[in-house]
Design a protein around this ligand. Structure first.
Ligand SMILES: [Zn+2]
Ligand SMILES: [Zn+2]
Length: 480
């Protein structure tokens, strides 16, 4: 084992390195969460007596749900998925919201609407469904071919209907399902937005989806736009979904829209649903019961909320596997202990200072985009400093997604061990470790996808994929 492992064991915080790709932002920390004092005994028990830990499953799932809801200011992790793309499916969202309406106090507490023991099941089904459609302002079209309205700069998920909105041809070429309605939310005024939302709703749109920081160019959704979109959603009875896969914990608040400047906008409504991603151990959909649409369902009692969550989770065999649940719980606990949202703000400042010092041109307005520890810069700058970024082959922007440890806010450390000549030692240590393990650097330095080349740079600890463009660009890099 090299010096890395030793440093790890003694300091708790892993040393800095030049991996700002962080698995597309899904790695929040280099620190192992297995050692969490409260969870470690469960892992140890799991290794010798799996069944005993399995018997605590509901207890642990409830603990996770409670902690998530506390950390994310009242958002309940109702639906769990392997990947955020699976969560952001119009059909999945439609079923989820129908279930939430059908099991709401408006139905279950109503003598007229609630299921009766002495009636035919079809009658109950029809009545509850009609109520839900009426509440949501839906027709058969919304049920049979639901779609989303998306902001035109949203990245478009990797596959399925959202992939239609991608600007990368490899993604849009495999899109399937009804196309989302793409709206320029950055520039449209209230009247235009309302008209576009109304037209889309009539054609089967059920929700508006956007991200707070564009995955394409790092541009931030302004608080004014956020308020406007919320108001237009309310007016057209559209669900508001924010994709926080990249921005949760990284942008100075648990969810980026919980930053004070956003929270002030049209406070009577919140986004209904939030898509969360693997960084917090599992992907899925979080629901607020104070949302643009969900608020009207009058969920006020905790027991009613627990019940609808139980109903939804009962539709799948186990919403989340036990080892994943343990890890997700540790990650949430670490986020609280280390205050990642606050940390991300400091990291963002330190990173921006370093970039300004190294490249004075980045002081120009608009040269550095993003929010907190989501930083977007000209890709040539990233290439120049030989740092791995979450990058797309055809995008002029590179996204830097540092780990949320305190070391990432250490300006001197960043200068020395990441961007500067002195990073050579750290890169050497990583190379040694990789060669001993038969591994290679994870990401293509040029395009951000999985690296495949065995002929990688041992000096810089950088690799590349087999795409012709990447091979050529890689061989032009100047070694440190
Ligand atoms: Zn590549
Ligand atoms: Zn090199």
């Amino acid at each position: 084992m090299g010096s890395l492992a030793r440093q790890d064991a003694t300091s708790g915080d892993a040393p800095l390195d030049h991996d700002f790709h962080s698995a597309w932002g899904s790695v929040y920390t280099n620190r192992s969460t297995v050692g969490d004092g409260a969870i470690l005994p469960l892992w140890q028990q799991y290794a010798v007596d799996k069944a005993a830990v399995d018997r605590k499953y509901q207890l642990l799932l409830n603990e996770y749900t409670d902690l998530f809801t506390k950390v994310f200011g009242g958002y309940y992790p109702i639906s769990m998925h392997a990947h955020a793309t699976d969560a952001l499916m119009p059909t999945t969202i439609a079923s989820l919201i129908l279930n939430t309406a059908a099991t709401s106090p408006l139905v279950l507490d109503s003598p007229v609407l609630r299921p009766k023991a002495d009636e035919k099941p079809e009658e109950t089904g029809m009545r509850v469904r009609d109520f839900a459609l009426n509440f949501l302002g839906w027709t058969e079209t919304h049920i049979l071919a639901p779609t989303f309205i998306v902001a035109d700069n949203i990245y478009g998920a990797g596959y399925g209907p959202m992939a239609h909105a991608s600007k990368e041809w490899e993604t849009s070429a495999i899109a399937a399902g009804p196309k989302p309605v793409v709206v320029n939310m950055r520039e449209a005024d209230e009247e235009t937005l309302n008209a576009q939302f109304a037209e889309a709703k009539a054609k089967g749109c059920i929700a508006v989806v956007f991200d707070m920081v564009s995955t394409e160019d790092g541009l931030v959704f302004t608080p004014e736009k956020f308020g406007l979109v919320k108001a237009c959603c309310a007016r057209n009875r559209l669900l508001l979904i924010v994709d926080e896969t990249m921005t949760a914990m990284r942008c100075g608040a648990p969810f980026a829209f919980q930053r004070p400047e956003y929270a002030r906008q049209v406070i009577e409504y919140q986004p209904d649903l939030v898509i969360f991603g693997k960084g917090i151990g599992v992907s899925g959909i979080a629901i607020s019961f104070g949302g643009v649409m969900t608020k009207g369902l009058t969920y006020t009692k905790s027991e009613d909320i627990r019940q609808t969550i139980r109903f939804w989770r009962a539709l799948v065999s186990r919403p989340i596997r036990l080892p994943i649940l343990l890890e997700a719980l540790s990650i949430l606990r670490a986020s609280v202990e280390e205050n990642w949202p606050e940390q991300s703000e400091r990291i963002g400042e330190a990173m921006r200072e370093v970039l300004h010092e190294l490249e004075p041109s980045t002081k120009e307005p608009g040269a550095v985009q993003g929010l907190g520890a989501v930083i977007a810069i000209d890709r040539d700058i990233a290439l120049k400093y030989r740092v791995m970024c979450a990058i797309r082959r055809r995008s002029p922007w590179a996204r830097l997604l540092p780990k949320l440890s305190s070391t990432s806010a250490d300006r001197e450390g960043l200068m020395k061990h990441v961007f500067g000549k002195e990073s050579k030692g750290q890169r050497q240590a990583l190379t040694l470790e990789a060669e001993q393990a038969g591994a290679i650097p994870l990401w293509c330095f040029i395009c951000g996808i999985e690296a495949t080349s065995e002929d990688w740079c041992r000096t810089c600890y950088l690799s590349y994929c087999n795409n012709e463009v990447c091979v050529q660009a890689f061989h032009r890099h100047a070694c440190i």
